[in-house]
Design a protein around this ligand. Sequence first.
Ligand code: PAF
Length: 279
Amino acid sequence: MKIIYKQNILAQTADELRKKSLQTGFVPTMGALHAGHLQLLKQAKAENDVVICSIFVNPIQFNNAADLERYPNSPEQDIALLNDVCDILFMPSVEEMYPVLPTEHYDFGTLETVMEGYYRPGHFKGVAIIVKRFLDLIQPDRAYFGEKDFQQLVIIRQLVQDYHYKTIIRAVSTVREDDGLAMSSRNRLLSPQARAVAPFIRRTLSEAKTLKEKKKPYEIAQWIQQQFDNNKSFTLEYASVVNAKTLEEITEYSQAESIVACVAVWLDNVRLIDNITIV
Ligand code: PAF
């Protein structure tokens, strides 16, 4: 695996790959890699000639300095994991990516004002800035994003459409621990006690899905809220049942072709998100 630290070298390398008509698959990450990332890389490997991965903890997508400070970081371990599944690793410094503070603005309308966007103001602007920079540098044939970050996936699709990128966005199913907890770099921050109760998130969402014959979408959202309110280990930030395309909360099943229930919770001072497709 080749490791690149500079933007101009990455752009030049990607250009050479294009000249050789090699297909490139790009997997952006913030490191602290786990089996979920490996699944993205595996799919990228299966569909492309060359796999490019980035590790960059993007400071401008953190709306909370303490969250950025605590974000897990394990570069040596990550590099060892990537060796077999990645051809090129881009690992820039913050100074390399942002020699001056970025000033560009994006407007994703409702997509960025609900759920994560509401509770983490500015988060998706930061994500859009870095992902667009990566797409401009690499111009990959395909880029891979996990469904766990469902709202991010919808926004990236919008970004690609708005800027007429040729890159195909591939959504990859959430990888879970045996007990159902969605893989996340933040899981490392959980105490053993918190880790033991964390599967409650997935169990609640799975049970919520079974209620679709009996309850309307907004009642499912209320039901999820009650479950977390009754469990003292968790503080629920939001439980939203939304149209999978517009991310707007819906009241009736007829309002959307596909419906997703999304939650964000605090557990042991760690913020976790998950979602499930209801229809
Ligand atoms: O999903 C993530 O890890 C990040 O939001 C991403 C896409 C790498 C951008 O920093």
